[in-house]
Design a protein around this ligand. Structure first.
Ligand SMILES: Cc1cc2nc3c(=O)[nH]c(=O)nc-3n(C[C@H](O)[C@H](O)[C@H](O)COP(=O)(O)O)c2cc1C
Length: 189
């Protein structure tokens, strides 16, 4: 029988460790799959809303991750109404799908002043366009980039549960819940 290249997938604790390590890698490595996860929210009308984002921070011990966004974007309004999100990453090299359910806190102003000070100029361009994100334009480029700390928001996402699928030589699926101390439970894939 062929050797499994991902032995960590056979054990709940090492599988979970791998998931967080891969998320963390997304923060530091712009080529890592977790650099650009999909973040889904719920619209006030109950529609799922999914979009690509950049994973900006991960705190493994706290089980949190951060996304930076424009305070005036639709996702912020959606999160104000329903402070819940799902994050999705498909890591092709390791055959690993990660789905995280999180409750989201919207941090702004003084609470994120230190973070804003460390956002490079190029990245600041994403926060503060005029008119605001999602406003209809007469022409595709009829907007200006006006970086503004007032438009900068950090979505602090506290993971409540992880659903992990590993498509190795054998297929495995596990669920990890904050409520049971992240013990983990194998599921039928
Ligand atoms: C590669 C890539 C990275 C993106 N990163 C972010 C991000 O970190 N934060 C963000 O708010 N939007 C990001 N966007 C834009 C979003 O996908 C989305 O178009 C925008 O935030 C508006 O979404 P909303 O109307 O649902 O709020 C990114 C888009 C792409 C293609």
């Amino acid at each position: 029988m062929a050797t499994d290249p991902h032995p960590w997938a056979a054990d709940l604790a090492s599988l979970q460790e791998q998931v967080w390590a891969r998320l963390l890698r997304g923060v530091g490595d712009r080529h890592a799959p977790a650099r650009h996860p999909t973040l889904a929210t719920v619209s006030p009308g109950g529609w799922p809303q999914a979009r690509t984002v950049v994973l900006r921070a991960v705190d493994v011990a706290a089980g949190t991750f951060d996304i930076h966004t424009d305070l005036r974007s639709a996702k912020v309004a959606e999160l104000r109404a329903t402070p819940r999100a799902a994050l999705h990453v498909w890591d092709k090299a390791t055959h690993l799908q990660t789905r995280a359910k999180a409750v989201v806190e919207i941090l702004t102003g003084a609470a994120v002043a230190d973070l804003w000070a460390r956002v490079p100029d190029a990245a600041r361009q994403a926060y503060g366009s005029q008119p605001a994100p999602g406003v209809p334009l007469a022409d595709a480029l009829a907007y200006e980039k006006r970086p503004s700390a007032a438009s900068f928001a950090v979505l602090r996402c506290t993971v409540q549960a992880l659903d992990v699928v590993h498509l190795g030589l054998q297929h495995r699926r596990a669920r990890f819940d904050r409520t049971d101390g992240w013990a983990g439970q194998w599921l039928a894939p």
